[in-house]
Design a protein around this ligand. Structure first.
Ligand code: 5GP
Ligand code: ZN
Length: 112
Protein backbone atom coordinates (compact mmCIF):
# COMPACT_ATOMS: atom_id res chain seq x y z
CA UNK A 1 0.00 0.00 0.00
CA UNK A 2 1.65 3.23 -1.19
CA UNK A 3 -1.03 5.71 -0.20
CA UNK A 4 0.11 7.99 2.64
CA UNK A 5 -3.44 8.85 3.70
CA UNK A 6 -4.45 5.16 3.80
CA UNK A 7 -1.45 4.65 6.10
CA UNK A 8 -2.57 7.56 8.27
CA UNK A 9 -6.13 6.18 8.42
CA UNK A 10 -4.72 2.81 9.57
CA UNK A 11 -2.48 4.60 12.12
CA UNK A 12 0.69 3.37 10.42
CA UNK A 13 1.86 7.00 10.23
CA UNK A 14 1.43 9.34 13.18
CA UNK A 15 -0.27 12.72 12.87
CA UNK A 16 -1.51 15.45 15.17
CA UNK A 17 -4.99 13.97 15.13
CA UNK A 18 -7.83 16.36 15.93
CA UNK A 19 -10.89 14.28 14.99
CA UNK A 20 -11.83 10.69 14.16
CA UNK A 21 -15.02 8.72 13.59
CA UNK A 22 -16.02 5.67 11.54
CA UNK A 23 -15.77 7.54 8.20
CA UNK A 24 -13.25 10.35 8.50
CA UNK A 25 -10.15 11.67 10.23
CA UNK A 26 -8.94 15.24 10.73
CA UNK A 27 -5.36 16.23 11.52
CA UNK A 28 -2.92 19.13 11.28
CA UNK A 29 -1.14 19.51 7.95
CA UNK A 30 2.56 18.76 8.22
CA UNK A 31 3.44 21.77 5.99
CA UNK A 32 0.90 24.45 7.00
CA UNK A 33 0.11 27.08 4.36
CA UNK A 34 -1.55 29.42 6.87
CA UNK A 35 -1.69 29.87 10.65
CA UNK A 36 -4.35 27.15 10.75
CA UNK A 37 -4.15 24.31 8.24
CA UNK A 38 -6.13 21.16 8.92
CA UNK A 39 -6.74 18.20 6.61
CA UNK A 40 -9.80 15.93 6.65
CA UNK A 41 -9.50 12.57 4.91
CA UNK A 42 -11.94 9.77 4.19
CA UNK A 43 -10.94 6.53 5.95
CA UNK A 44 -11.77 4.57 2.83
CA UNK A 45 -9.59 5.15 -0.21
CA UNK A 46 -11.38 7.49 -2.62
CA UNK A 47 -9.09 8.91 -5.28
CA UNK A 48 -10.41 12.48 -5.33
CA UNK A 49 -13.60 14.58 -5.20
CA UNK A 50 -14.03 13.52 -8.82
CA UNK A 51 -14.81 10.02 -7.49
CA UNK A 52 -17.66 11.02 -5.17
CA UNK A 53 -20.88 9.17 -5.97
CA UNK A 54 -24.21 8.18 -4.40
CA UNK A 55 -22.55 5.39 -2.40
CA UNK A 56 -19.86 7.51 -0.74
CA UNK A 57 -21.28 11.06 -0.66
CA UNK A 58 -22.30 10.66 3.01
CA UNK A 59 -18.56 10.89 3.79
CA UNK A 60 -18.40 14.38 2.29
CA UNK A 61 -21.52 15.40 4.21
CA UNK A 62 -19.95 14.14 7.42
CA UNK A 63 -16.78 16.13 6.75
CA UNK A 64 -18.61 19.43 6.25
CA UNK A 65 -20.76 18.80 9.33
CA UNK A 66 -17.74 18.08 11.55
CA UNK A 67 -15.70 20.98 10.18
CA UNK A 68 -18.57 23.39 10.97
CA UNK A 69 -18.74 21.98 14.50
CA UNK A 70 -15.03 22.07 15.36
CA UNK A 71 -14.03 25.29 13.53
CA UNK A 72 -14.59 27.52 16.57
CA UNK A 73 -12.04 25.45 18.54
CA UNK A 74 -9.29 26.16 16.00
CA UNK A 75 -9.35 29.94 15.77
CA UNK A 76 -11.54 29.90 12.65
CA UNK A 77 -14.42 31.98 14.08
CA UNK A 78 -13.76 34.83 11.62
CA UNK A 79 -13.94 32.54 8.60
CA UNK A 80 -11.83 30.07 6.71
CA UNK A 81 -11.47 28.33 3.37
CA UNK A 82 -12.16 24.70 2.40
CA UNK A 83 -10.17 23.48 -0.60
CA UNK A 84 -9.95 20.16 -2.38
CA UNK A 85 -7.34 19.69 -5.08
CA UNK A 86 -8.21 17.29 -7.91
CA UNK A 87 -5.79 15.57 -10.27
CA UNK A 88 -2.66 16.85 -11.93
CA UNK A 89 -3.88 20.29 -13.05
CA UNK A 90 -5.55 20.76 -9.66
CA UNK A 91 -2.22 20.17 -7.91
CA UNK A 92 -3.35 17.07 -6.01
CA UNK A 93 -0.19 15.47 -4.61
CA UNK A 94 -1.85 12.76 -2.56
CA UNK A 95 -4.37 10.84 -4.63
CA UNK A 96 -6.69 10.12 -1.71
CA UNK A 97 -9.70 12.42 -1.24
CA UNK A 98 -9.17 15.15 1.35
CA UNK A 99 -10.31 18.64 2.28
CA UNK A 100 -7.89 21.38 3.32
CA UNK A 101 -9.20 23.76 6.00
CA UNK A 102 -7.17 26.94 5.91
CA UNK A 103 -7.48 30.06 8.03
CA UNK A 104 -6.51 31.66 11.31
CA UNK A 105 -5.62 34.85 9.40
CA UNK A 106 -7.08 36.88 6.48
CA UNK A 107 -6.61 34.90 3.26
CA UNK A 108 -5.81 36.34 -0.15
CA UNK A 109 -8.27 35.70 -2.98
CA UNK A 110 -5.81 34.08 -5.35
CA UNK A 111 -6.50 31.14 -7.64
CA UNK A 112 -2.87 30.03 -7.56
P1 5GP B 1 -2.64 17.85 -1.82
O1 5GP B 1 -1.54 18.60 -2.51
O2 5GP B 1 -2.62 16.40 -2.20
O3 5GP B 1 -4.00 18.48 -1.96
O4 5GP B 1 -2.34 17.98 -0.27
C1 5GP B 1 -1.69 17.03 0.50
C2 5GP B 1 -1.39 17.67 1.85
O5 5GP B 1 -1.01 16.66 2.76
C3 5GP B 1 -0.23 18.68 1.80
O6 5GP B 1 -0.69 19.94 2.29
C4 5GP B 1 0.84 18.06 2.70
O7 5GP B 1 1.53 19.01 3.46
C5 5GP B 1 0.02 17.12 3.59
N1 5GP B 1 0.76 15.94 4.02
C6 5GP B 1 1.48 15.10 3.23
N2 5GP B 1 2.01 14.09 3.95
C7 5GP B 1 1.61 14.29 5.23
C8 5GP B 1 1.84 13.59 6.45
O8 5GP B 1 2.51 12.56 6.51
N3 5GP B 1 1.25 14.11 7.58
C9 5GP B 1 0.51 15.25 7.56
N4 5GP B 1 0.00 15.65 8.71
N5 5GP B 1 0.26 15.92 6.42
C10 5GP B 1 0.80 15.47 5.28
ZN1 ZN C 1 -5.56 5.99 0.18
Amino acid sequence: MDCIFCKISKKLIETELIYEDEYIMGFKDIRPQAKVHLVFISKEHIESADHINLENSHIVGRMFQVIAKISSHYNLQRGYRIITNIGEDGGQEIRHFHLHIIGGEPLKKEIN
